[in-house]
Write a new protein. Structure first.
Length: 298
């Protein structure tokens, strides 16, 4: 039974990404409120993650952790959903940045509007690109279209906050998908749950060498095409430009040789680069919040 004293459960799924986890989890622990809990689901890591989590648990810095083999990120998060005591569920990844004041506003909204099953927000993409380091996700326009004609749309799972008692309505993650959030949000917006939207960027998706979007890009592309065929059999959903980009990158990947420059593949250099992107993402989100007041749409 849900503990009424716990309003929000933060869930982190991780596996063999300890350097990243330490940064994102430290930020979360510093922002956790007294009526919230942190649950970490580890996929049986071999890089010291289990020992790190055990110490945090002993020191009462996290509320629960589980370290055992799983069937991927979706499976891990589903475990967290079922273990959580909070009235609300919030996924936080081990390699992306969050704006916790925005999360708190969504929490307050959800606690005050008990008929809402899910709330989501926009975010930004953070890339190692000098010309376009920060790119807006622009999901809000899709939500506004959805409110008029209920056209299903995919969005990033980092923006979601789910009411636990609404899981029978909105469901769990389909663990056969790498881009589980794309499948989930399409299914969610095609379903019968009551959805709200917060018009503020609450996260930064930081692409890194270990991201699923980088290591399994071809499979993700195939998944999106399957979803497109299911939800939009009579018209294209994915932009043609995006499909062409995936095709070109796939072809290049088949013919190019392994990189010879050590600086490109050195794990320490790659991690330091990610930490810099993480810090600048936090700064961007904080600065953005000073100039933009979010609104709730539902």
């Amino acid at each position: 039974m849900t503990n009424r004293n716990t309003t929000l459960s933060y869930l982190i799924a991780t596996k063999n990404k300890l350097p990243y986890l330490k940064v994102s989890l430290e930020t979360l622990m510093n922002n956790k409120q007294s009526d919230e809990e942190i649950i970490v689901i580890d996929g049986n890591s071999t890089d010291g993650t289990k020992e790190y989590l055990e110490k945090l648990f002993r020191d009462n810095k996290i509320d629960l952790y589980l370290s055992e083999p799983d069937k991927g990120e979706g499976h891990a998060n589903n475990k967290g959903f079922l273990l959580a005591k909070g009235e609300l569920l919030k996924i936080v990844t081990d390699d992306d940045a969050c704006h916790y004041p925005s999360i708190q506003k969504c929490k307050e909204f959800m606690l005050s509007n008990v008929d809402v099953d899910i709330i989501s927000t926009d975010g930004i993409k953070r890339r190692n690109n000098i010309s376009y380091p920060f790119s807006p996700m622009l999901y809000q326009s899709r939500f506004e279209k959805w409110t008029k004609n209920h056209t299903p749309f995919a969005s990033c799972g980092l923006g979601l906050m789910i009411r636990k008692k609404s899981l029978p309505v909105v469901g769990l993650f389909n663990i056969s998908f790498v881009r589980m959030d794309a499948e989930y949000t399409l299914r969610m917006t095609a379903g019968k749950g009551k959805i709200a939207w917060y018009t503020h960027e609450s996260y930064a998706h930081i692409r890194n060498i270990n991201s699923n979007s980088n290591t399994q890009e071809q499979k993700i592309t195939e998944e999106l095409e399957r979803l497109e065929a299911f939800y939009f059999p009579e018209k294209f959903y994915l932009p043609l430009k995006q499909k062409i980009k995936f095709l070109i990158k796939s072809l290049i990947g088949k013919f190019k040789s392994a990189p010879k420059n050590k600086e490109v593949t050195d794990p320490n250099i790659l991690h330091d680069e990610w930490v810099d992107m993480y810090k600048t993402s936090i700064s961007w989100l904080e600065e953005n919040s000073r100039h933009n007041n979010g609104q709730f749409l539902y």
